[in-house]
Design a protein around this ligand. Structure first.
Ligand SMILES: Nc1nc2c(ncn2[C@@H]2O[C@H](COP(=O)(O)OP(=O)(O)OP(=O)(O)O)[C@@H](O)[C@H]2O)c(=O)[nH]1
Ligand SMILES: [Mg+2]
Length: 457
């Protein structure tokens, strides 16, 4: 290669590197919020963007500047890869199925090539690259943040207030029974063994709470252990009684609690959370409405707890640990295909109302945020009949094609009377073939434009 050519090529490489960008886009939400389906939908839309006619608000595609997008090997070998292929296999199988529930963190890397909009790069270069790492992690893990500022005793006291109200009170009976039996015969020699037994009963109690739709469950890893399943690090519980912890148990319970804070909670924030740039918080508002008033309130409480992880003013706990990098948060109501399009704005209104208090209280406004209602994978067809009635068509759980009238979505936080009448939504099943790729979605183009669009200019 001639010297001039070599020089040009090196300069070009340098400029390329200078303009290459990288985003870590984290997706979280409580169990069943729709993380796996949404990430699958996002990957579908990006990988098939240039074949899609359904991304009008994704500017880079709409302005025909997107050259292409492909999956890339992730350099992070400690974290399992997000199983996109398996999710597609299920969604397009016969019969179609939703992806399996996931229990741990996973990650996938994408590379987008595009033409820049204008400016220096537009003149010198014809293409740039954006690398996007999408990380799927359980929202339950964020519920552990408040533990970091509490001692075992303080944490136990907080939990005690929770145990004293229904439905937790009744659900905790078996666990408390076991605890009472064993404390009566606690000795230094059997402490570890007995704590293990009571901890197992406590984990069962948390699992029962989860089954009942309760959200505010601590510690998060006792509910969703990920790689810690079966390890002694999860053998502890909050002290639920007014009488003091037996001497034989006290030191071990305190040490386990400290270990959990230091070796489980902190490393999650230090190894993962610290590196995130953009955060999606997915919320299944429709299931909470279906669950009724107490579950809806519980969702609100849990969301407010989760938001504490984004409150990193100068004196916050997180700021003292490291400097968080998240510069934008999107609250996303999922499963919007279960209601008619004219009600989508009501879903966004509800998530606004649900998170308002937490946002104000935490000076959350310091980080820009936005609100969306989307379907990662849209399974219904909206139709307006001749008489003007709105209906949804889709495949129900028995595999039949059904037509349902527009389900009622409240236009504001429901009142006592609203709760009495209750809410019910269809649960459509996927019904696709591979030829349907990119799978239909609702508003993922707007979401994508908001979370990565600014890096694709
Ligand atoms: N109609 C509709 N249902 C959805 C959509 N996304 C998720 N669901 C439903 O919600 C369930 C949970 O979705 P997932 O994507 O597995 O949720 P998740 O947050 O990954 O759940 P975990 O892995 O268990 O934490 C699915 O099995 C579907 O029944 C959607 O876009 N539309
Ligand atoms: Mg999942």
């Amino acid at each position: 290669m001639s010297r001039i050519k070599q020089f040009k090529s090196q300069t070009r490489d340098l400029i390329h590197r200078g303009f290459d960008r990288h985003i870590k886009l984290a997706v979280t939400g409580l169990s069943g919020a729709g993380k796996t389906a949404l990430i699958t939908g996002v990957l579908e839309q990006l990988l098939y963007a240039n074949e899609s006619q359904n991304l009008p608000y994704f500017n880079v595609r709409q302005h025909q500047r997107l050259i292409g997008c492909r999956l890339h090997t992730s350099p992070n070998w400690d974290t399992p890869r997000f199983d996109y292929e398996k999710a597609i296999e299920r969604l397009t199988g016969t019969p179609g199925q939703w992806p399996e529930s996931t229990r741990d963190v996973s990650e996938i890397r994408l590379e987008l090539k595009y033409h820049p909009e204008r400016g220096l790069a537009g003149k010198v270069l014809d293409e740039r690259r954006l690398t996007v790492d999408i990380i799927d992690y359980p929202g339950e893990w964020l519920l552990d943040l408040p533990l970091l500022s509490l001692t075992y005793e303080q944490w136990s006291k907080k939990q005690r207030t929770l145990f004293s109200t229904e439905p937790r009170k009744e659900l905790a009976e078996a666990w408390l029974h076991q605890l009472n039996d064993l404390t009566a015969v606690a000795t230094d020699d059997n402490a570890e063994k007995q704590i293990k037994v009571v901890a197992k009963a406590y984990r069962q109690y948390l699992a029962d709470c989860k089954e009942q739709g309760l959200k505010l469950l601590q510690p998060g890893r006792l509910v969703l252990p990920g790689e810690l399943a079966g390890t002694p690090s999860l053998d502890f519980f909050p002290w639920p009684l007014e009488q003091p912890v037996p001497d034989a148990w006290q030191s071990l319970l305190e040490r386990k609690f400290e270990y959990y804070k230091e070796q489980v909670v902190k490393p999650f924030y230090q190894n993962y959370f610290r590196h995130f740039n953009r955060q999606l918080i997915l919320v299944d508002v429709l299931s909470a409405l279906e669950g009724g008033e107490s579950y809806f309130d519980e969702l609100k409480l849990a969301l407010n707890e989760i938001m504490q992880s984004f409150n990193y003013g100068q004196n916050s706990l997180l700021r003292r640990l490291f400097s968080p990098q998240i510069d934008k948060v999107s609250f996303v109501v999922t499963k919007a295909d279960s209601v008619v399009p004219s009600d989508h704005a009501k879903l966004t209104g509800l998530i606004n109302a649900l998170t308002l208090e937490g946002r104000q209280q935490l000076q959350f406004e310091r980080i820009p945020f936005d609100l969306f209602s989307v379907a990662g994978v849209a399974t219904s067809q909206w139709k307006q009949l001749k008489n003007g009635t709105n209906v949804l068509e889709g495949i129900d759980q028995s595999g039949e094609l059904v037509r349902v009238g527009a389900p009622h979505v409240p236009g504001r936080l429901p009142t006592r009377e609203d709760w009495q009448q209750g809410y019910v939504y269809p649960h459509f099943q996927p019904n696709f073939t591979l030829a349907d790729s990119p799978l239909p979605h609702i508003r993922l183009d707007k979401l994508l434009n908001s979370v990565i669009g600014d890096k694709l200019r």
